[in-house]
Design a binder for this molecule. Structure first.
Ligand code: CU
Length: 326
């Protein structure tokens, strides 16, 4: 019985709505056509402008609350340059975005249809066209020149005293090899690759003997140039160190490299972020297969003294693995 009453009530509400709708339609037919167009134009313009206000609020609040997640503190020298380029580009495009979008929504409201208003015929204005061609052109040239200048600095040759390391990607891990006490990476030869020498390091070469191959956290000194030699054994991976603003593809058969100078130790960054568990990370930035997510390594940036101490405690891979096996 109760269900039947509810069903009847729903049907009744539906009938009332349908009749009200019909009545509104009849009234609008009585009004003249132009007035109807003006009314509907006002409604549409109002909701369009309202959606603009909503969009503006949404974007503003998001930028305000999420900005710190978007651009974290850059932990390398060139990271600061890249950050400043991003900020300058964002400020310029942001101002233009706000002005043009405000005008878009405002004009849709201001110039809505009104029955007593005639449209103005305004075919061209050469001065205006000249301004809106020249201003963006000059702005873009300035941005590009700033970017290219930094590009050449980022991709310049590494200083000769740079700490040499090698990062090689494979499904699904990174092989990290350090130059060792002589800071020189021993040569590799693909004909030497086998199950106990995946990288094909030429162990007969003297410079290979002190190389360190370590599967633990990557340890690097602060304020020292570091040259990463990058490669891959199977598919394309990508060496991604977001806090240092560093990313370079690891391509099989095509050695790539990138040098950078970390400026903030892990300890210091933990203080800056007020997060005692923070760690820099190396991630793979190419979807390289099912275990892609697993290619994470912790990177520890330590003081130069700590780095020297750590280096002196490491065993040469040749002595502990190759010699011991034979
Ligand atoms: Cu990968």
């Amino acid at each position: 019985m109760q269900l039947l009453l509810i069903a009847l009530a729903i049907i009744l509400v539906y009938v009332v709505i349908a009749h009200v709708g019909k009545a509104v339609e009849l009234i609008s037919l009585i009004k003249d056509e132009k007035q109807r167009r003006e009314d509907s134009s006002r409604t549409q313009a109002f909701w369009f402008a309202a959606s603009g206000v909503f969009l503006g609020l949404f974007i503003g609040i998001t930028i305000f609350t999420e900005w710190h997640k978007f651009l974290t503190v850059p932990a390398s020298e060139h990271g600061k340059w890249i950050q400043s380029l991003i900020v300058v580009s964002l400020v310029i495009t942001g101002v233009v975005f706000v002005i043009t979008n405000f005008l878009l929504f405002y004009f849709a409201w201001k110039y809505r249809y009104r029955k007593n208003r005639k449209a103005l015929y305004y075919p061209e204005n050469n001065k205006l066209e000249f301004i809106w061609t020249i201003v963006p052109t000059v702005t873009f040239i300035i941005l590009i020149v700033m970017g290219v200048e930094k590009w050449f600095k980022v991709f310049s040759d590494a200083p000769t005293d740079a700490v040499q390391i090698e990062i090689t990607g494979k499904q699904f891990a990174w092989h990290v090899r350090y130059g060792g006490p002589d800071n020189e990476l021993g040569p590799r030869d693909f004909t030497l690759v086998n199950s106990s020498n995946e990288l094909g390091v030429k162990w007969t070469d003297k410079s290979s003997r002190d190389d360190i191959i370590d599967d633990d956290d990557i340890v690097l000194p602060v304020n020292t140039p570091i040259l990463i030699n990058i490669g891959a054994l199977d598919v394309i991976h990508s060496v991604y160190l977001p806090d240092f603003r560093l990313m370079m593809d690891a391509v099989p058969g095509v050695p790539t490299k990138f040098w950078f100078r970390p400026t903030i130790t892990t300890e210091k960054m933990r203080e800056i972020k007020n997060d005692p568990d923070f760690d820099y990370e190396l991630a793979c930035n190419q979807l390289c297969g099912t275990g892609h997510w697993n290619m994470r390594r912790v990177v520890k940036i330590v003081t130069e003294e700590e780095y020297k101490k750590w280096l002196s405690e490491q065993d040469s891979y040749f002595e502990t693995n190759i010699l011991a096996q034979n």
